[in-house]
Design a protein around this ligand. Structure first.
Ligand code: DLL
Length: 435
C-alpha cells in the first residue's frame, strides 16, 4: 500500500489545495510587502498593492524576482524577519557569479525537512531504513535537507557527505544502507566503483536512491538502476526555495510532485514573461507560501520544464513537473541551434556508452565548433584504430540526428574524464573566453 509522510496534505483534493494556496498567498504578499522594502518598491512600481491580491487568480499581477534581484540585494536585502529570528543560512555554489544566500527560521527548516521527508517516504523510506546521505554537507542544501528529512522519517541516518568513495562503499556494505541520496552523476560513479571492486548489483542492500541537484536523463536513470540494483527517484529544488524537496518523484517515476501546499508553480514564456497554460514548455516560476525569512514571490528559476495535472496512481494530488531539461542558461546556442547537454547524454547512453563525457564548444574563424569527448568502456579498448574511427563516426551521426548539427566525436581511454562527486560539470564553452 502506498505510504505518505503527510497523507492528508499530499492527497488533498485539488480544489482544496487551491483554496489553501489562495489563503496563504494573501498573507504572504502582505508579509513581504511590509517587511522587504526592495520588493515593496517593485510592487509599487507595478502599481499593485497587497489588497489587490485576493487569491491565486491574482498572482499574475505580482512582479517577478530573478537572480539579479538577489545579487543586487546581497546579503541582507531580501530578509523578511529580524536576523535574530534566523537560525541558519545556506548558499548556492556561486559558479555563475556572486553567491545567493538563503535564510531560514526554525519554522522554515521544519517545513523544508517535511518536504524532504515526503520525498523519502515516496521512495519507500520508513524508520527501518538506513539512509546514506552522500550529498555535500555545508553551505550546499543537499546534505542538510535530506539529513533533516531522514531524521523526520526516523531512518538511521549516515551523514557521509559527498566524496571519499571508498569509504562510502565500505559504510554502505558494512551498515547495509538501504537508501542512498546523492547527485545522479555521483551515483553513477559509485556504481562504477562498486563494479571495479568486484561487487555485483545484488551484493548491496540498497533498494532505492533519491537523486537530484542536476539534470539527468531517463537513460541515465536506467543505467544507475541497473548498476546499483535499485529504483532511482528524482528530487528537485533550489537554494532560493529552501533546497531539495520542492518536488519529488513517486513510484510512478513520471515527473515530480510539487509540494503545492508550500509552493505555487507557474510556467512562463521566458522571453515575454507571459503565463503559459498547463502542458506547455517554459520557465518554471515559484512562489513560496510559507517561508518566513526568505519568502520569494514569483521567483524565476530559469529551469525549463512542463507541468501536468494528470491524475497519478500513487494517490498524490500535487501537480507534477517533468524532468527539467536544464536551465535556460545551460542551453548552448551552436551555429544557431539550441542544444541542451542532456540531449547529447541521451544519445550516448542509448548508443551503449557510459555517462562520462565532456562537451566543448568553441568558435574558430567565426564558426561555432562542437566537440564531444566520450570515454570508451574497458571492453571496447581492444578495438583497432580503424574500428575506433568507425565508432566515432557512428556516434557523431547519431548526435547529428538528435541535434541537427554535426559534432566532432573523440573517443578517449577509460578513466580519462574527471568523475563528479557533486554536480557534474560537463560543458566547457570556450567562446566565452574570446568574448
Ligand atoms: O541543487 C538543491 C538540491 C539538492 C536539489 C539536492 C535536489 C537534490 P542549487 O544548488 O541552488 O540547489 O541548484 C538548483 O539545480 O535550479 C536546477 O537547475 C538544478 N536541479 C536541482 N534538482 C534538479 C533535478 C540544489 N532533479 C538548480 N533535475 C535548479 C534537474 C535539477 N535539475
Amino acid at each position: 500500500m502506498e505510504q505518505y509522510f503527510q497523507k492528508d496534505i499530499e492527497t488533498m483534493p485539488v480544489e482544496k489545495i487551491k483554496e489553501l494556496q489562495s489563503a496563504k498567498l494573501v498573507k504572504q504578499v502582505k508579509h513581504v510587502y511590509e517587511n522587504v522594502p526592495y520588493y515593496r518598491e517593485l510592487m509599487d512600481k507595478k502599481g499593485v498593492r497587497p489588497e489587490d491580491i485576493h487569491g491565486i487568480e491574482d498572482l499574475h499581477k505580482l512582479p517577478f524576482i530573478s537572480k539579479s534581484d538577489l545579487r543586487e540585494t546581497y546579503p541582507y536585502g531580501m530578509l523578511a524577519v529580524p536576523l535574530s529570528d534566523c537560525v541558519r543560512i545556506h548558499s548556492t555554489s556561486g559558479t555563475t557569479g556572486k553567491r545567493v544566500i538563503a535564510y531560514y527560521t526554525q519554522h522554515d527548516i521544519d517545513l523544508w525537512e517535511d518536504c524532504c521527508a515526503r520525498a523519502i517516504v515516496a521512495a519507500g523510506g520508513t524508520k527501518e531504513d538506513v539512509l546514506q546521505v552522500a550529498y555535500g554537507y555545508g553551505l550546499f542544501t543537499g546534505g542538510a535537507g535530506l539529513h533533516g528529512g531522514s531524521h523526520k522519517v526516523g531512518c538511521l541516518t549516515l551523514p557521509m557527505s559527498s566524496g571519499n568513495t571508498e569509504r562510502q562503499i565500505q559504510f554502505m556494505m558494512d551498515l547495509k544502507s538501504t537508501i542512498i541520496c546523492c547527485t545522479p552523476s555521483y551515483a553513477a560513479y559509485i556504481g562504477e566503483t562498486l563494479k571495479e571492486q568486484g561487487y555485483k548489483p545484488e551484493d548491496n542492500s540498497l533498494k532505492s536512491g533519491i537523486f537530484g541537484a542536476e539534470p539527468w536523463t531517463e537513460e541515465m536513470r536506467r543505467d544507475i538502476e541497473k548498476a546499483l540494483g535499485i529504483k532511482a527517484y528524482d528530487i528537485y529544488g533550489l537554494t532560493e526555495t529552501s533546497g531539495p524537496g520542492v518536488a519529488f518523484e513517486c513510484k510512478e517515476q513520471k515527473g515530480m510532485h510539487i509540494n503545492e501546499d508550500h509552493f505555487i508553480a507557474e510556467i512562463i514564456d521566458p522571453e515575454t514573461g507571459e503565463v503559459l497554460p498547463e502542458g506547455e514548455k517554459g520557465e518554471l516560476v515559484f512562489t513560496s507560501l510559507d517561508k518566513e525569512a526568505f519568502p520569494l514571490l514569483r521567483y524565476r528559476t530559469r529551469d525549463i520544464c512542463v507541468l501536468s495535472r494528470e491524475k497519478c496512481s500513487c494517490g498524490r494530488t500535487f501537480i507534477r513537473m517533468a524532468k527539467p531539461m536544464g536551465r535556460s542558461d545551460d542551453m548552448l546556442i551552436i551555429r544557431g541551434v539550441n542544444v541542451f547537454p542532456s540531449q547529447i547524454e541521451t544519445v550516448l547512453l542509448n548508443e551503449g556508452y557510459a555517462p562520462n563525457y565532456r562537451i566543448e564548444v568553441d568558435r574558430v574563424n567565426n564558426t561555432d565548433t562542437l566537440d564531444v569527448y566520450v570515454e570508451l568502456l574497458p571492453e571496447q579498448l581492444s578495438d583497432t584504430t580503424e574500428g575506433i574511427v568507425k565508432m566515432e563516426k557512428a556516434l557523431s551521426a547519431a548526435i547529428t540526428t538528435m541535434l541537427g548539427i554535426r559534432p566532432a566525436v573523440h573517443l578517449v581511454p577509460p578513466k580519462t574524464i574527471v568523475r563528479s562527486e557533486g554536480k557534474a560539470v560537463r560543458v566547457v564553452d570556450k567562446r566565452k573566453l574570446h568574448d
